[in-house]
Write a protein that binds this ligand. Structure first.
Ligand SMILES: *Cc1c(COP(=O)(O)O)cnc(C)c1O
Length: 471
């Protein structure tokens, strides 16, 4: 059974439940497994043709160990992946050109890939809390998609209050409405006067305030919760299985912000999934691409782009990868993270960068290129990309255009959002306005529930204390 430790060395030998409920480690680090459970060629062979829920059970149960009874866990997985997703295959692959695939991750309730993990996270939380007779307060920051997916995941949970902070005026209207139109007594939307990073820092500050954290039993569902990464590993496995399984490598192109989704791909590879290249796509907010080019991680300002869910300048999950790259040297990692916090940058050695560059390649795609990608794809194939998907696909095609790239390896671009979530950008690029699926058709007529708050820790804490329900 997998045990977890904090990347900063302050917590060790934690089990799945500990990690699930804490979110962020008490020392400010992120939890990662001490060892990767194996996914052998025989396992993969055996999983071919199985349902998404069955594959999910096989892939994720080693991470959970005996923390959740197998029958209960199977039940949770089958409830989610057979009932909450609109497509029978859950995460279908569409071949848009020879050997070029799109993996559609927008068949969940909020039309973005975050549903795949957050639907599971909400139910796991509620299950564990119910067993323990406990209640938690979830706070999370979102630049758009995470918020609505987290709210959808928690709105029916009996033991959870959820507070989601979004940067006022900086999410798309669809994204905002998907969050704010939910009328539930345990759901609170806060429009913070600031950027997404301000929201994220506010959440971190709440976690770092021990009295507050204990007082409201704080927890997280943003992309730092290990269970989200775990759930996302599954679709990399199903994608590989549906093309080739153990016998052939595939490459993934992933539009990247907080590094959660691509870290799940990396995790799948660490477990044994045959992956050729992991290709990071960043938009103009290209901290990761600059890092892979220069060896220096250095923050800059956040600029709004056509792919707002990637408009961040700190990729919080990158710390997980870094810890692995440094062979779990938590001391060195902590000092790098402190340096990053104090000076806004850190630099790795040439040897470390050589290794990192064998594990990932990274490309940037500005708004102009994003528009061009949406347009070319639509003209050539008739397939409509959302802007995030376009960033990922553009990175994938750039990687395949490099000298020596092996064209026989299937390229799978992740479609992380439905195009109708970003109708203005899509319409501008291709001249066609994508329409929302039926279950969201009246979104623009629904009433909104949202509280605007100043970017001030004590004000936000007061709001949380006053609105959460006590046991
Ligand atoms: C969240 C999100 C991303 C970025 O994913 P990370 O896991 O943060 O790297 C990309 N595209 C869309 C549509 C998203 O919602």
């Amino acid at each position: 059974m997998v045990q977890y430790f904090s990347t900063r060395g302050g917590a060790d030998n934690q089990n799945f439940t500990d990690v699930l409920l804490q979110g962020l480690a008490p020392d400010g680090g992120l939890f990662i497994p001490k060892e990767w459970p194996a996914l052998t060629p025989a396992d993969l062979e055996q999983l071919k043709g199985k349902s998404y829920a069955d594959v999910a059970y096989h892939v994720t149960s080693p991470f959970i160990g005996d923390c959740i009874a197998p029958d209960a866990f199977r039940q949770i997985l089958s409830d989610i992946y057979t009932n909450q997703f609109e497509h029978a295959e859950v995460a279908p692959l569409v071949e848009i050109a020879p050997n070029k695939y799109v993996m559609e991750l927008f068949h969940g309730p909020t039309l973005a890939f975050k549903d795949y993990a957050l639907q599971l996270l909400g139910r796991l939380f509620d299950h564990v809390l119910e067993q323990r007779g406990e209640r938690v307060t979830i706070v999370g920051a979102t630049s758009g998609d995470t918020g609505s997916a987290a709210i959808e995941a928690c709105r029916h949970c009996k033991n959870i209050d959820i507070f989601i902070l979004h940067p006022e005026g900086r999410t798309s209207e669809v994204q905002r409405r998907q969050m704010t139109t939910i009328d539930a007594p345990n759901v609170f939307n806060i429009a913070l006067d600031g950027t997404f990073d301000d929201c994220q820092n506010m959440v971190k500050a709440m976690f770092n305030d021990k009295d507050f954290r204990d007082d409201v039993t704080l927890s997280a569902v943003n992309s730092i919760n290990w269970a989200r990464i775990m759930a996302q590993i599954v679709y990399y496995v199903t994608a590989s299985l549906s093309l080739s399984g153990a016998s052939k490598k595939v490459s993934f192109a992933v539009p990247t912000g907080n590094f959660g989704n691509i870290y799940a791909a990396y995790s799948a590879r660490q477990m044994g999934l045959p992956v050729h290249q992991l290709i990071i796509g960043s938009n103009r907010n290209d901290i990761l691409t600059r890092f892979f080019e220069t060896g220096t991680m250095s923050t800059g300002g956040v600029e709004p782009s056509l792919s707002p869910s990637m408009d961040i300048q700190i990729s919080s999950n990158f710390e997980r990868y870094l810890c692995g790259l440094l062979d779990h040297d938590t001391e060195r990692l902590s000092s790098l993270m402190n340096e990053f916090k104090d000076k806004g940058s850190f630099t790795l050695s040439d040897a470390e960068m050589t290794k990192a560059r064998t594990e990932f390649s990274a490309y940037r795609c500005n708004d102009e290129k994003t528009m061009q990608m949406m347009k070319n794809c639509y003209q050539d194939t008739g397939y409509i990309l959302d802007p995030h998907t376009a960033v990922g696909m553009s990175a994938g095609l750039s990687a395949y255009a490099q000298a020596g790239a092996d064209q026989s390896v299937p390229l799978i671009s992740l479609a992380c959002a439905h195009p109708a979530k970003f109708p203005d950008a899509v319409e501008k690029a291709i001249g066609v306005r994508p329409s929302l699926p039926e279950h969201l058709a009246d979104l623009y007529e629904r009433k909104e529930f949202v509280t605007p708050l100043e970017n001030d820790l004590s004000i936000v804490q007061k709001f949380v204390r006053e609105h959460r329900q006590q046991l």
